[in-house]
Design a protein around this ligand. Sequence first.
Ligand SMILES: *Cc1c(COP(=O)(O)O)cnc(C)c1O
Length: 387
Amino acid sequence: MVLSYSNQQFLNVAQTEYQRAWVEIDLQALRENVRQLRQILAPQTQLMAVVKADAYGHGVTQVAKTVLEAGACWFAVATSQEGVELRNAGIDAPILVLGAINSPSEIAVVAKYELQPTLCTPQQALIFSETLGKRGHSLAVHLNLDTGMSRLGTPWTEAVAFVQFVQQLPGLELASVYSHFATADDVDGGFMYLQQRRFQDAVAQLKDHGLYPPMLHIANSAATLRDRSLHYHLVRVGLAIYGLYPSPQLQPAVRLKPVMQVKARVTQVKTIPPHTGVSYGHLYQCDRATRIAVVGIGYADGVPRLLTQKMQVLIRGQKVPQIGAITMDQLMLDVSNIPDLQPGEIVTLLGQDGEQQITADDWANTIGSISWEILCGFKKRLPRVYC
Ligand SMILES: *Cc1c(COP(=O)(O)O)cnc(C)c1O
């Protein structure tokens, strides 16, 4: 096992004995998820691993190395800083930056680290070309078409003008034209396929003008699991490589295993008398003598406070209810059913213990969020332990 306190730093500590709480990352599951996903890809399709937000909270350095070994050949990040972090970790695979970059100083960083930016508008392309002007070789760029997400990108109907504009600018080399789905995880695929038709229309118009982008891509995890006709040259897969499904309907396509588990230790156990309040605001009042356990993890670590009295944890393969308000660094459990519980015992907040499992989807469903947000919500204070 390796403990990492930040993306740059890895400590060789063989046990988590002195840790109050940590995030466990199952690199074998990660590898297997990538292999499973590759098996369903269309023959010409490559896998781009989306590792933005510190690889959805899993730790980008270890994740990047592992998924490369398992057959991913591209990376996507949200910011140039995340791209630099990957380069500093020794990754030399192509890296697409999904976010929009506008400032000349950031463009210089992109060029220096051979990152591949997304261009969303002709104005932005112009800033890039002017900033890069004096460079010897050209920078690979990816053009984003808005086909219905209404986030970044130029309207698909203006694809020809956009591509022609970029192609006549010095210093830029068109690497791909791409788009992004807004509703790929909806059961009803109507709008997703409308976006695909718009994308196809744009590509057909480009062809009519003798323009053939080297690569096309549009699929996120949901679209990748859903339909091979959406795969094109690259699929940009985030959530699924971390072992979660974008929606319950997409489960049959492949067998994925959650990569992340979140664990903490019991720090104190005690019995409180009847009619005693627990935690801030005394939300919980016991009506009989109750055995409670304090656990060393809280909302500052990434356990949403909204889960207060709506979550369970696993101890010795049993589900145990959380009681009282979740606090910044600690939370309480009713452990009356485990009379011999001792400080130091491990509590599984997310993950598997015996027959029982609690997933990021369970938390997300309880608080009206999505598993993406739960995963990337775990903070640096929790060391990542790679197993
Ligand atoms: C985050 C992101 C993805 C990955 O989405 P998942 O649903 O996690 O697979 C793909 N493409 C773009 C543009 C993104 O921003």
